[in-house]
Ligand binder design. Structure first.
Ligand SMILES: *Cc1c(COP(=O)(O)O)cnc(C)c1O
Length: 398
């Protein structure tokens, strides 16, 4: 059967799934396309985005930070102010509404740090869906407050004890459950990853970030930004803000991966940054850049921020990188921690450690730019969830 939408991004993307899942992907694509053409879907989604999620999120001029750096003017798109504290709710809500349209009543999802699990449990409670979250046993021990949050929200959290007992193993289990229960179950994937239609769908369900930010920065400054910066785990918050500027060729788009303890240490999640380990491969249903061992196994990754700690990057980013429409760099754990502290003290905003990677890149670039230039940073989430990590690393010097 022919797909309704393009399934690939240049040579990347596609649908590398067992035959038993193809009907579910076709059904999902069809529901997504129908919903996109249905004003009733948009009305319900937009109302919930406004009255439940709290959109549009503000655009904040980081005045003191800009003055201290002495170069470009920095603006922050405040996804940290969305309900549940990050951009993930935008996509979770869009997919949950599709679940209802498909007549399904159960969702499964994977989570690493628990942020996507919390967003999924939240929209499941809101819409009355049964919710099962797969989470590696190691992550469960590391992220207790989020496990408790998901349970409070009515979700069942299933520990995954296979493999490294972390995110990639949780994804495997979620897919296994989906294959088994595909009649009534939707796999609510949390980033711009996975088989088609997920990367396109997640792009769409995060694109309001870029639409809002473009209008807000035009209203505020009367011009487009010179540079847009976002952190890149799977790539959903980045593609969300980039999507508002893809046609504005003069706007430079920068994705920031997790540099961990430095590329040379091997302990990082910089899929584009490490030519010795990153190769094109197939992972969890999609073809993209994957950090691999010499014999083609998925390599272990490291980042201080759980949300950036994944061996693969969304396929659309691989295409944007090839075409040089977007550029990718990395920030190390310590650069992210420094940016975290700086933003706390200069702007009174505690950012997520993921978002701190994007802030770190702004700290590097702003001083090299003119004062009449503009940097837009996507502040993907708030840092409350990261306080333990931060206390354990830089707490002693406070
Ligand atoms: C999950 C998460 C990310 C990384 O996911 P993307 O899909 O790359 O956006 C970034 N920031 C925050 C706050 C997150 O929770």
């Amino acid at each position: 059967m022919k797909s309704l939408l393009p399934t690939k991004f240049g040579p990347y993307g596609g649908q590398f799934v067992p035959e038993t899942l193809m009907p579910a992907l076709i059904e999902l694509e069809s529901a997504f396309v129908q919903a996109q053409n249905d004003p009733l879907f948009h009305r319900e989604y937009d109302q919930l985005l406004a009255n439940y999620v709290g959109r549009p999120t503000p655009l904040t001029y980081a005045k003191r930070l800009s003055e201290i750096l002495g170069g470009a003017q920095i603006f922050l798109k405040r996804e940290d102010l969305a309900h549940t504290g990050a951009h993930k709710i935008n996509n979770a809500l869009g997919q949950a509404l599709l679940v209802k349209r498909m007549g399904k009543h159960r969702v499964v999802a994977e989570t690493g740090a628990g942020q996507h699990g919390v967003a999924t449990a939240t929209v499941s409670a809101l819409l009355g869906l049964e919710c099962v979250i797969y989470m590696g046993a190691v992550d469960i021990a590391r992220q207790e407050p989020n496990v408790f949050r998901m349970k409070l929200l009515g979700a069942e959290v299933r520990p995954v004890k296979s493999g490294t007992q972390t995110l990639k193993d949780a994804i495997n289990e979620a897919i296994r459950d989906w294959v088994t229960n595909v009649e009534n179950t939707h796999y609510l994937l949390g980033s711009a990853l996975g088989p088609h239609p997920y990367p396109t769908m997640v792009h769409t369900f995060q694109s309001m970030i870029g639409r809002e930010a473009r209008a807000q920065i035009l209203a505020e400054t009367g011009r487009l930004p010179d540079t847009v910066i976002a952190c890149v785990g799977g790539g959903s918050n980045a593609i969300g803000i980039f999507s508002g500027f893809l046609e504005d060729k003069q706007v430079e788009l920068i994705g920031v991966e997790a540099g961990g303890q430095g590329i040379l240490s091997g302990k990082h999640a910089a899929r584009f940054g490490d030519e010795t380990k990153a190769r094109i491969g197939v992972i969890h249903g999609t073809k993209t850049f994957v950090l691999q061992t010499p014999d083609g196994q998925i390599a272990d990754t490291h980042s201080i921020s759980a949300g950036l700690d994944y061996a693969a990057i969304g396929p659309e980013h691989a295409m944007l990188r090839d075409s040089e429409r977007a550029f990718y760099t990395s920030a190390t754990d310590s650069e992210a921690l420094n940016a975290f502290s700086v933003l706390c003290k200069t702007e009174g905003i505690i950012p997520a450690l993921e978002s701190s990677h994007a802030v770190a890149e702004a700290l590097k670039r702003a001083p090299t730019m003119r004062k009449d230039q503009v940097i837009l940073v996507n502040l993907s989430g708030r840092g409350d969830k990261d306080l333990n990590t931060v206390i354990n690393t830089i707490g002693g010097i406070l």
